[in-house]
Design a protein around this ligand. Structure first.
Ligand SMILES: [Zn+2]
Length: 423
């Protein structure tokens, strides 16, 4: 009996539920929890249909789908995409990449096998258990780690007449370790960092990690002064889109600044998946998928005995989570015990209600999330560009009040341009 259906889902509860539902309906099913092993297993088993979860460590479901559908060996396999992520953009892309169905979690336990049956006709194998490779413990060194917020607005408001103490630049945070400079995102704030670097001449090699390719995270690249200087090396890491490699995405962001030519600086690219990378000796970077439209990463930097997490575009469901929307728990497991967490706190609770499923969080959800996950310091970032200082001041006070009310051992501050912190 050949395997009819392969389920690729890293979540043990949802994965086994899907497995049981389909087995009960008479299908021969195989569950794969490690998405990195999925392609090989699918090629070996040749199932008639695959069920792919979108948010998975390793390769996300849409990239997997795109790979399967662009390989002549696997293009004929039917595909269903399942996700707790219900952004319209994901549904459209799933269809574009060839999925027959997009099923939102939690899914209807009767409708799910029926949908599979409708796509399939009929047909088995032993489930394969795949263990994740163990990761090495972080190295131990202690010295001051200096962090600077260069931009923390949600949308470029450079043209807005608003006068603000919190700044108008978009996402960029730098982390200065003993011997290296790590930069998260390249929103317009990166130009301020670039100016300082050109002045001090301190770091000629930068490690820039991009969460995703929305303009407010890459718009500063084209004007980055270091990119115009051949003495600089930019190591740039970021996600790929299922249909666009990182190289292409980066060229689109950089080229406008150089009239279509490559910039004079040296550039090394690193396409990142949900995985932990040793980027420099003793400096590890954990990349993971965040709940935001499009392929979006969050990061935890594990270096010099610190855990520094950066997740600027991330919708926590908080009290609105449905039973199978486990993003908050998943992210909690990843950023738990961070010395500092930069997290999306774009909206007031009131504005969040009218902006649900847009990929951003309310600041109170972020405070509760950080408090529950033993984060030592939370920096709320990605402020809505329409918020003037009085609203942001109120948010800062309300965030502190929430910490006191709940008794969290957490320090919370509102990000602002030029904010310097030490951990
Ligand atoms: Zn953003």
């Amino acid at each position: 009996m050949a395997t009819q259906v392969i389920i690729v889902d890293d979540d043990p509860i949802v994965g086994s539920l899907s497995l049981e539902l389909l087995k009960d309906a008479g299908f021969t099913v195989l569950l794969i929890s490690d998405s990195l092993k999925a392609i090989d297993a699918i090629k070996k088993e040749k199932p008639s249909l695959v069920v792919l979860d979108i948010l998975m460590p390793g390769i996300d479901g849409l990239t997997l789908l795109h790979k399967l559908k662009s390989d002549p060996e696997t293009e004929k396999i039917h595909a269903i995409v399942v996700s707790g992520k219900s952004f319209e953009a994901e549904k459209i892309r799933a269809r574009q990449f060839g999925a027959e169905e997009f099923i939102e979690k939690p899914y209807d336990i009767d409708a799910f096998p029926q949908k599979v049956a409708a796509i399939l006709k009929t047909e088995g194998h032993e489930p394969v258990k795949i263990a994740r490779p163990p990761s090495a413990p972080p190295p131990v060194v202690r010295a001051d780690v200096k962090l600077t917020v260069w931009g923390c607005r949600s949308t470029s408001s450079a043209m807005s007449p608003m006068v603000t103490r919190y700044g108008k630049h978009t996402s960029c945070v730098s982390v200065e370790l003993s011997n290296s400079l790590i930069v998260f995102d390249a929103g317009s704030g990166i130009s301020l960092l670039g100016n300082e670097l050109m002045k001090t001449g301190k770091h000629k090699e930068l490690w820039i990690f991009l969460t995703h390719f929305h303009a407010d995270h890459v718009e500063g690249l084209a004007g980055l002064p270091c990119a115009r200087d051949a003495a600089y090396t930019l190591n740039i890491g970021g996600p790929r889109e299922p249909d666009k490699p990182l190289e292409q995405l980066l060229a689109a962001a950089l080229e406008p600044g150089f009239g279509g030519d490559a910039p004079p600086c040296k550039i090394e690219l690193y396409e990142l998946m949900e995985q932990t990378y040793e980027i420099l000796p003793g400096v590890r970077l954990a990349a993971f998928y965040a709940n935001h439209p499009g392929t979006t990463l969050g990061f935890s930097l594990l270096a010099e005995d610190r855990k520094i997490s950066y997740v600027p575009d991330s919708e926590l469901y908080g009290p609105f989570a449905t039973a199978l929307q486990d993003y908050d728990e998943k992210l909690g497991g990843l950023v738990r015990d961070s010395d500092i967490l930069f997290h999306d706190g774009r909206y007031t609770d009131e504005d969040y209600k009218t902006n649900r499923n847009a990929g951003h969080s309310s600041f109170l959800a972020a405070v509760d999330f950080a408090g529950r996950n033993n984060v030592k310091q939370l920096v709320l970032v990605h402020h809505d560009d329409r918020y003037a200082d009085d609203t942001l001041d109120k948010i800062a006070k309300a965030a502190e009040a929430r910490v006191a009310e709940k008794g969290y051992a957490l320090k919370v501050v509102l990000g602002r341009e030029g904010l310097r912190l030490t951990v």
